[in-house]
Design a protein around this ligand. Sequence first.
Ligand SMILES: [Zn+2]
Length: 352
Amino acid sequence: MAGDVALDETLLPLVSAHGSLMAASGPVLHEYGSSVRIGIGGGGRPLAALNEEALSDAEKSGLQAFRLRLSEPYRARKASRPYADVPWGSSTAVPQLHRDRQAVIRGAPVAQDPSAAPAGAPEAKRLAGRVAVGLVIVSGPGSLAMTDAQTRKIVAEVQNGLSYLGGQAPARDVTFVYDIQVAQIDVPDTQSAPPAGTKLDDLYEYYERPWRDAALAAIGQAPGGSGIRSYIRSIKAQKSAQAAYCAFFTHYTLHHFAYCSGSYLTMQYSNDGWGPENLDRIFAHETGHIFGAPDEYAESGCDCGGAWGFHRRPNLNCESCADNSVDCIMKRNTWAMCDETPYHLGYTMTGV
Ligand SMILES: [Zn+2]
């Protein structure tokens, strides 16, 4: 087991086919470059050998993340992670996962019309097939720098969180394909209070825009929503993926520590009171919102109606109204999933 995800994960060996090296067949959960593929079904055998000297930076970081997840210290930290099983809406021990009862932020720069409903994620209609994930790791000056160790931690936490979501897919047909960018920028942090009267939706942009647009420039993209859209579409095409989204990881001050703005996520490394050890589950939860899954904890203001996600199903596990609401990643800090969230995520449902 890697990390604390109950799956038999392994590094898939490369086999020679038609004169080129390809990964052996089998469900692939994670793909980094052309050589590092992590999949299901190792059976406890030693990891496949790779010519590590020849790996690209992305391939190396994927492999490092997997080894970190297999290590005893990492697994021990996961076994005793803080705030395990605490509801996302708890207002006592840790900050609520979402401010303002907004799972998805209105007025985000990707929104076509800020007055309309929260922007959907046009490149992420369902969690099925190849899913390109762009990780933009933002490193600023001084204490805003993202260290190599923190970058490794981020790649491992994302891998742990997405192993859970990929492993839950009934058809085992979800493969996450990564683009990892480290954006070196030098803009200062925004620590001053926003101007009086700043609208709720604009508060997110007030803190995010300066460093985000600098990070977009650092990776060769235009500012704001057009740059984010362009980046997401480019990785979707490059990776021959059916879906794509991206996430910014940062130490910069934010209006809130983790949120989804339609097509992309913004995550603070410290993860507020939840801590970096819970980045995996918060990333998995926020990825749920990218694909259209609703919150299920009472404080989110959920109700049992609606037509959510690719399969357009109601939110029947919302704890405010469900007779027997069960544990779920959309409800609390746990590796569990209710019967409705697979439909909300848009998994390929076998037998449907
Ligand atoms: Zn949420």
